[in-house]
Design a protein around this ligand. Structure first.
Ligand SMILES: CC(C)(COP(=O)(O)OP(=O)(O)OC[C@H]1O[C@@H](n2cnc3c(N)ncnc32)[C@H](O)[C@@H]1OP(=O)(O)O)[C@@H](O)C(=O)NCCC(=O)NCCS
Length: 150
C-alpha cells in the first residue's frame, strides 16, 4: 500500500501475462513495430522467467495489473527495464513506487549502483527518473545484437 491509495507491488505471476502484454503494447509503441520482430513481449516475459524472475514486479490495484518493472543484478551493477504504468493511472506515484521497490530488492542483494537507459526522445521519462535522483552518467551507451546459439 502507498498512502491511502490501495496499491500493492508483488512478483510477476504467469497468470499476469495477458494483462502485462496489454499494458506493454500501450506503453511501448515499439512493441507494435512489425519490422522489429525481436521485440516480442511474450519472449521478454519468458526470458525473464528464466533469469531472476523474482526481480520482475507488477503493481496491482483492485486486482488489476497497473504497472510493471523488471530488474536484474549481474554481480556488479543492477539494471532496470520495462517500467510502465497504465496510462489512466499515471501521475499517482505508481511509477515511483515500482522503481523504489526494485531499488530495494537490488540493495538487498548487495547491488551498489543501478543503471538504466532511456530513449533520448523521451524527455518526460528522463524528468521522471531525475525526480527520483537519477542523473545522466558521462558515458555513451553501446550495444550489439547477438545471434542465436547454434
Ligand atoms: C515513466 C512512467 C512509468 C511514470 O509513471 P508514473 O506512475 O506516471 O510516475 P509517478 O506518478 O510516480 O511520477 C513521479 C514523478 O516523476 C515526474 N514525472 C512523471 N511523469 C512525468 C512526465 N510525463 N513529465 C514530467 N515529469 C514527470 C514528476 O516529478 C512526478 O511527480 P508529480 O506527479 O508529483 O509531479 C510512465 O509515464 C510510463 O509508463 N511511460 C511509458 C512507458 C515508458 O516510457 N517507460 C520508461 C521506459 S525507460
Amino acid at each position: 500500500m502507498i498512502g491511502a491509495y490501495s496499491l500493492s507491488i508483488r512478483a510477476f505471476d504467469a497468470a499476469d501475462t495477458d494483462a502485462v502484454v496489454a499494458l506493454w503494447l500501450d506503453a511501448f509503441p515499439e512493441y507494435k513495430d512489425t519490422s522489429k520482430p525481436q521485440r516480442d513481449p511474450h519472449l521478454s516475459i519468458a526470458n525473464k522467467l528464466a533469469t531472476q524472475p523474482e526481480l520482475f514486479f507488477v503493481a496491482v490495484r483492485d486486482g488489476r495489473v497497473v504497472g510493471t518493472v523488471m530488474a536484474g543484478y549481474d554481480g556488479h551493477r543492477g539494471w532496470l527495464y520495462s517500467l510502465a504504468v497504465d496510462l489512466a493511472e499515471r501521475r499517482r506515484g505508481i511509477g515511483a513506487a515500482l522503481v523504489r521497490h526494485a531499488e530495494s530488492a537490488l540493495t538487498r542483494r548487495g547491488c551498489p549502483k543501478v543503471n538504466l537507459q532511456v530513449l533520448s526522445a523521451k524527455a518526460d521519462v528522463r524528468a521522471f527518473y531525475e525526480s527520483l535522483g537519477y542523473r545522466a552518467d558521462e558515458v555513451i551507451s553501446l550495444g550489439k545484437r547477438l545471434g542465436s546459439v547454434a
